[in-house]
Design a protein around this ligand. Structure first.
Ligand code: HXC
Ligand code: NAP
Length: 265
């Protein structure tokens, strides 16, 4: 085991799939008591089943980050069961490719509400349920926060906004002993995000452009979360940390191959 999180209460918003579930899994493996929250009951139950294999305390909660009351209610239950949060992760997000001229105001709002407003909800509610001093708050950003990417005006705006939320909260909450940082994953294997951006056919060409010549693994991101939650990171706050194989150096236009709009569900 690389880190010892025995006794630590960890809450992961959007932690029932993909990268965020990978983060929850890493903390559970390291001995933490883990609570995950998302909208879909089936996904919540599946995540609880998966996380339980490590033998620790696991709690699955249904909730939508767009609704502040639902976030608070889930967090109250998690604190009651596991204690004040030592680590809080805000990872819920939505994404689809759509040119700005075809994007309705409601489509723009849908993503901003999940990624940006949702992150404020998670951070703000989380402050009341966190260990103070000592908690580590982690937002999940994306390269789109610094690199404008075609067909993603909604995602670029939302992720840039949540990075500024992170910086302001780091300024304001340092005195309470709460650190706030963002991880910026690159394209990560086997996730909803990657499948929306890249077809399997495009992948080899894309990987040849990544400075480290591969897409990332969920563990690459989870390892950074384990580090940020630990005393090794006790002097780090307000940082946007790429875990992207160098992809953010490429600029958004080169991020994907030939992006196609995502068909509506
Ligand atoms: C254009 C679309 C659209 C699409 C939805 N809309 N899909 N517009 N192209 N493909 C529009 C709808 O028409 C509607 O506007 C508005 O968006 C809201 O749609 P709903 O379906 O009602 O929204 P909702 O049920 O809230 O779902 C939100 C969602 C959905 C974002 C659209 O995809 C979702 O829940 N996603 C969560 C999972 C996810 O996206 N994971 C990827 C994370 S990866 P109108 O005007 O018609 O009412 C990531 C990026 C990382 O974030 C980068 C990767 C490398
Ligand atoms: P994913 O597999 O699609 O998972 C998204 C998670 O968020 C699901 O658990 C989903 O569960 C939950 N969620 C979505 N909307 C929610 C809402 N309104 N309230 C609560 N939970 C909600 O995503 P992913 O691709 O792994 O991405 C995870 C994070 O990494 C995101 O922040 C994304 O922007 C970022 N990222 C991903 C990549 C990548 O390559 N995939 C790259 C860069 C950044 P429910 O549907 O049950 O709600």
């Amino acid at each position: 085991m690389r880190f010892d999180y025995a006794g630590t209460s960890v809450f992961v918003a959007g932690g029932t799939s993909g990268i965020n579930l990978g983060i929850a899994d890493a903390f559970a493996e390291a001995g933490a008591k883990v609570a995950v929250m998302s909208r879909n009951a089936e996904r919540v139950n599946g995540a609880v089943q998966e996380l339980s294999k490590h033998g620790g305390k696991v709690l699955g909660l249904q909730g939508d980050v767009r609704d502040f009351t639902q976030v608070r209610t889930a967090m109250e239950a998690a604190k009651e069961a596991h204690g004040a949060f030592g680590v809080l992760v805000s990872g819920a997000a939505g994404n689809f490719l759509c040119p700005a001229l075809d994007l309705s105001p409601n489509g723009f709002k849908a993503v901003v509400d999940i990624d940006l407003l949702g992150t404020f909800h998670v951070m703000r509610a989380g402050f009341d349920f966190a260990r103070r001093p000592g908690a580590s708050f982690i937002n999940i950003s994306a390269p789109q926060s610094i690199s404008p990417a075609p067909m993603q005006v909604h995602v670029c705006a939302a992720k840039a906004g949540l990075d500024q939320v992170m910086r302001v909260l780091a300024l304001e909450w340092g005195e309470h002993g709460v650190r706030v940082n963002s991880i910026m994953p690159g394209p990560i294997e086997g996730t909803g995000g990657l499948s929306r951006l890249l077809t399997e056919t495009e992948r080899p060409q894309f990987e040849s452009r990544v400075p480290l010549r591969r897409v990332g693994q969920k563990d690459d991101v989870a390892n950074m979360a384990l580090f940020l939650g630990s005393p090794l990171a006790s002097y780090i706050t307000g940082a946007l940390i790429p875990v992207d194989g160098g992809v953010s150096l490429l600029g958004g236009r080169n991020y994907a191959g030939t992006p196609q709009p995502t068909p509506r569900a």
